[in-house]
Structure formats: C-alpha cells, structure tokens
Design a protein around this ligand. Sequence first.
Ligand SMILES: [Zn+2]
Length: 366
Amino acid sequence: MSRPPATTRWPIDDVLARTDLAALLDEFAQPDQRARRWHCPLNDHDDNHASVTMHRDQRGHERWRCWSGDQRHRGDAVDLVQAVRGNTRAEAIEELATRAGLQPGRELPPIAPRKPTAPPAVVLDERVVAYANFCARLLWSPLGAPVREWLHNRGLGDDVLRANHVGADPGRDRLRRSRGIPYGAGAGATFPALDVNGQICYVQTRALEPRPGYGKYDNPSAALAPNPRLTWAVPPGPARPGQLLICEGIPDALIAAQAGYRSVGLLGTNALDPTVAARIANVATRDNLDVTIITDNDDNGVGKHLGQQLAERLGDEGLAVTTLEPPEGHDLSTWARATRAWARQLGHDRPAEQLTRGDLGATGLA
Ligand SMILES: [Zn+2]
C-alpha cells in the first residue's frame, strides 16, 4: 500500500472527532495509576509528577496540557503526535486519520461514542492538602475553640466535622502559610472539598468575621488547586441507601451528611461547570441513587435558577430529579436549625437518625 499523497488534507474536525485523546495519551505517555493524569510525553521533560491533564475546551474539543508551564507541552491530539514524533502537522494529521480508519475515497467511518466524561483532572498542590489537614487537627486544640463553637452554632456536630476533615485556621498571625493558601486575615473555619473517594481535593476557608469588601470564603489560588466545583460530603454513620442530596455550598452538604445522606455540595453558584452534572450522574447511575436538589431560597432567585439548570442537565443524563426548596429566606442550614423535621419533606417519614441523636440538640434548635 502506498502512502496517500502528502497533499491529502483531512478535515481536522473529522480527524479529531474520531480520535480518543485519552487512549492516545495512554499510548504515548506513562499514565498515572491513581488519577486521570499522565507523565509528560515529551523527551525533554523528566516529569516525576504526572503533570499532564486532559480537558475539553469550549468548542468540545479534547485537549491535553502539561502543567510544567512550557507552552509547547499542550494542545490537541495533533499537537500531541507532533510533540512526540517530531513530525509536521500534515504528517501528524495523516497518522491520526489512519488510526481512525479514514481512507481516501472511502466513506467516513462512524464516530465512536464517547466514554462518560472523566472528572476534571485536578492538579493539586500538596501544600493545600497539608494546610487542610493541619487545620483539621487544630480544630480540636484550644486554638480551635472559637471555630468549633461557631460550627456548633451552625448546627454541625463533632462527628460530621471529623468525618469531613473540617478545621480551624487561627489566622496568619498564628499560622504561617505559603502564597496561594487562603490568606487568613483572621480566624476561619476550613471546609475541605472531598472527591468521590473521600480524598481532600480543595479547601475553602470561611472567615468567622468576614472583612468588609471581601467575600465570606477565601479559596486557594487556582495555580495551587483548581476549583473542583463540587464536594462529596461523607455521612458520619451509615448512609441512607439510594439517596443523594445536592446542596449549595459545603456547609449545607455537611448538614445533609449529618442527617445520614450522601450529599454533594456545589462550590460557587455563578456558573455551572459542564462536567458537574456528568460527574454527579456517573455516581448516581452507578450506585442507583435518587437525586434531590435542595436549592437556596434566596431573594435574587439565583439558587432556584441554578437548581433548575442542574435538574435539566441531570435529566439529560437520564436521571429523575426532585427539586426541593426550603421555606422562604432559608437555606438548608437555617432550615435544619429551625426544625429537625426537614428530612420529612423529602418523603422520609422518620427523621434521620443523626438528627434525633442529639448532635444538634446543643444548638438550641426549635
Ligand atoms: Zn511537560
């Protein structure tokens, strides 16, 4: 068989649509066993850290990126082939076209269905995890007492705090930190975001007394820890089977977890990351979970809008979703403080065990 003439130009979109970048990376680069990451495939980069991640750009194209900062260590599948082979762009496209079974004069083969969206690869600096773990220990020390009290007043009991590595940041005067770690102007509660396996993948620090002009939450810099957009909260005891609650923010997700629910907390409500629904749907489908979205009943309707949007996207993923709105002016935390019976609204006759066990009793609940 002779090679097609060098002038053969496959439409790049056709080639990329038939290329599985993850499979190509598996072949060209050393995959990391633990995460959806790869060691950099470029010869001039001795990459101990598995710096390569994959994402989909706004046009839906799969791209890879090496986080070494080298601008050449990134791109689409064509760039990957060129970087590894050192060949021309036309040759790289030709190779991908051949791999995809594209042949001159033949009808285009069908595009293989995509695998479920992989979770966004989070490049996490270990200092972020170290900070979250250190603060989690401090919470139970005398330095953590004011934060502990603040958390208790918000209805969070010790069991759920421990299970989710919630911590106390005593402020930068008392705890030195690298740049990019939450600043810590004063004391704050640290709320780690957990991945679906319960590993810390992010942390948000909630100032006990937010400074005027600053938000309540301080996040690590994106260079140290990309925002995972959601957290999987861990119930402190056995979880209610078959149920998944989706809440806004980590504290609300902890309230749900405390009541025995597997729960997801959405981090930030400005934009719904396109992977959020897919990641939730993957787990809900795998574990056969009924999904309930609990929106904030806020004045501006942001929570409601977000809930509708997410419900639609989960619907597109084939899930049946219930949306539940707390009484006016409430989010789940304040609702749970107002009445222990909130779980009955979910159609569960018996309030969750954790709620009746007295975890919240010390907080002066109605
Ligand atoms: Zn590299």
